[in-house]
Design a protein around this ligand. Structure first.
Ligand SMILES: CC(=O)N[C@@H](CCC[C@H](N)C(=O)O)C(=O)O
Length: 375
């Protein structure tokens, strides 16, 4: 079996949530220690890592970022290397992102390129966000790349394809948590209570009108409520309810508008249901905006490549805190086809592992080309 497929499987067994990636960090460090020293330097950062591989004649530094956290999803793939961490799963492909990163890193150690490379193994992409604090860290200031690359697996594209575009690729995001507090009581005496189960259901329904009626139809937005909790038992009227969700927009202006409307609707719920509501926007991610020139150059490179095909894709409502890095460092993010019937964040996600070798090989060719002096 290919060494990096084995690494992916090892990492797949140990998914850890944001800023708890202790075993993952240890695994990465153990692997890095097997590489010949001399040109490899490591700086741990919280549960992540910065790794620099010195070039032979560096004029710049090329960055590669891999996110390393898993999701709170119970795996249902029945794979022999399924998650050993009950309730957590690498259901967003970060095991692929890491193994491809280690493959590329190994390549540049064994086949030195002229420029330096910095590998960023970043915690907490799924939340609360590791990219922004990592970007502001001393380690990053010291080793800041001049350009940066990252990929995300794409279940909907076949193996051997890369999809990207210049400019806007992923949405602005904001988490959304709303707590409702009313007066609970006996199920048989609703007139003496303010039922937060009823209030939360009404709130979720009213939120749907924002995208339908307040966002410019030529712009785009998503409000998804992924979780509702409330009440204690079947015959008690609920005193508390909580909804948890996420907002996605293609423009910062639409994000402002959506939040403004959420606040107005929540005020209406407070009045209508005689309750108290608090809104918490949690983590917010800046949109992923590919550098126009670098993206065009990368796309041209793939078009002349014999092993990979290029798809010119549209923007997606996915979020990625890599957007913060791209705000400060010109770079490109792209989708890597992995051909899985079940999509990202699904408990039966089954990405095709052949994509790992293909991505390592593509990125190795690209950084060799990019890291060479042009005379
Ligand atoms: C690539 C991907 O799936 N990213 C996540 C990022 C989530 C950010 C945050 N926790 C939120 O839900 O807003 C995504 O769900 O798009």
């Amino acid at each position: 079996m290919n060494q990096f497929i084995k690494i992916r499987r090892d990492l797949h067994k140990i998914p850890e949530l944001g800023f708890q990636e202790f075993k993952t960090q240890r695994y990465l460090l153990t692997y890095l220690q097997t590489l010949p020293g001399g040109r490899v330097e490591i700086k741990p950062w919280k549960t992540g890592l910065f790794v620099r591989v010195k070039g032979t004649n560096p004029a710049k530094t090329i960055g590669y970022r891999a996110d390393i956290d898993g999701l709170p999803i119970t795996e249902e793939t029945n794979l022999p290397f399924s998650s050993e961490h009950e309730g957590n799963m690498h259901a967003c492909g970060h095991d692929f992102h890491m193994s491809i990163g280690l493959g590329l890193l190994t390549y540049v150690v064994e086949n030195p390129i002229e420029d330096n490379m910095v590998f960023i193994f970043q915690p907490a992409e799924e939340g609360p966000g590791g990219a922004e604090p990592m970007l502001k860290s001393e380690e990053m200031l010291e080793w800041k790349p001049d350009i940066i690359l990252a990929l995300h697996i794409a279940p909907e594209y076949p193996v051997g394809t890369v999809a990207t575009k210049p400019g806007l690729l992923f949405a602005n995001t904001s988490e959304l948590f709303i707590d409702l507090k009313g007066r609970g009581g006996h199920a048989a005496y609703p007139h003496l209570t303010n039922d937060m189960v009823v209030a939360s259901c009404s709130l979720v329904t009213q939120l749907q009108s924002i995208v339908a009626r307040n966002v410019d139809p030529l712009d785009s937005a998503v409000i998804t409520v992924g979780k509702i909790t409330g009440g204690t038992v079947q015959n008690v009227i609920a005193e508390n309810a909580r909804i948890e969700g996420t907002i996605r927009t293609l423009s910062p202006e639409a994000m402002q508008k959506v939040k403004h409307r959420i606040e107005a609707i929540v005020k209406g719920i407070e009045t209508g249901y005689e309750c108290k509501a608090t809104i918490d926007y949690g983590a917010m991610y800046h949109q992923v905006y590919n550098d126009e020139n670098l993206a065009k150059e990368f796309m041209d490179f793939i078009q002349t490549d014999e092993e990979m095909s290029l798809v010119h894709c549209k923007e997606a409502m996915t979020g990625e805190d890599f957007g913060y890095m791209l705000k400060e460092i010109p770079g490109v993010m792209f989708w890597l086809g992995v051909d899985s019937e079940n999509g990202l964040h699904h408990s039966k996600l089954l990405p095709n592992e052949e994509a790992i070798e293909k991505a390592i090989s593509l990125l190795s060719r690209y950084v060799t080309y990019k890291g060479k002096r042009k005379n």
